[in-house]
Design a protein around this ligand. Structure first.
Ligand SMILES: [Zn+2]
Length: 189
């Protein structure tokens, strides 16, 4: 029996905007847990839809090895990207600490080197977030990854140089703000 409802209950998958990719995933044995998370559906609804609303012929037609590989690769890319992003965020917090230390010691050479690494870190993070946004992730844009933040931070700390107490207090606030970004930068849909 194939229809839009089972025992009078409306099937959430049949009515779903992502019905096509969900069915493609179901036919290619993408874990239902993964499909549920990706498309915001219940696992039970997905199993029920495959059992009641996807005839054998449809499953066979949608079953293509190439597509299955593509789906797995996309998932792998997202997982890898998230790991890399977290690494970049952690690295950036450490680099800011190093930059502050170098500025304190008036170590111009090291300060310049750390600022160069920070710029590369920001470029990579921006590129990675651009890649992630094309996937199925929601990214909460964070002021900390904006290049303007980096410029503002540097100028502010320089401007406070004649006032060491104020400078220390501001640096402490900035560093505290930069550290928890490791948890908050990637928000799952
Ligand atoms: Zn259905």
């Amino acid at each position: 029996m194939t229809g839009e409802s089972t025992h009078g209950r409306r099937c959430t998958i049949c009515a779903h905007a992502d019905r096509a990719p969900i069915e493609l995933g179901l036919a290619n044995n993408v874990p239902v847990r993964m499909l549920a998370k990706r498309h915001g559906i219940s696992k039970e609804a997905a199993f029920r839809h495959r059992k009641n609303h996807m005839p054998t012929q449809l499953l066979a037609k949608l079953k293509t090895r190439g597509r299955s590989t593509e789906i797995d690769l996309e998932q792998l890319r997202i997982t890898e990207s998230e790991g890399l992003l977290q690494h970049l965020v952690a690295q950036r917090a450490r680099l800011y600490c190093l930059a502050d230390d170098a500025e304190d010691l008036k170590d111009i050479g090291n300060a310049a080197r750390v600022h160069g690494q920070l710029t590369r870190n920001l470029e990579l993070t921006g590129k990675l977030l651009g890649d992630l946004q094309t996937g199925n992730q929601t990214i909460t844009q964070n002021i900390l990854i904006a290049p303007q933040y980096h410029t503002m931070r540097t100028e502010m700390i320089r401007a406070l140089r004649p006032y060491p107490d104020a400078q220390r207090a501001v640096v402490a606030v900035l560093q505290a703000m930069e550290a928890p970004a490791i948890q908050g930068e990637v928000a799952h849909a």
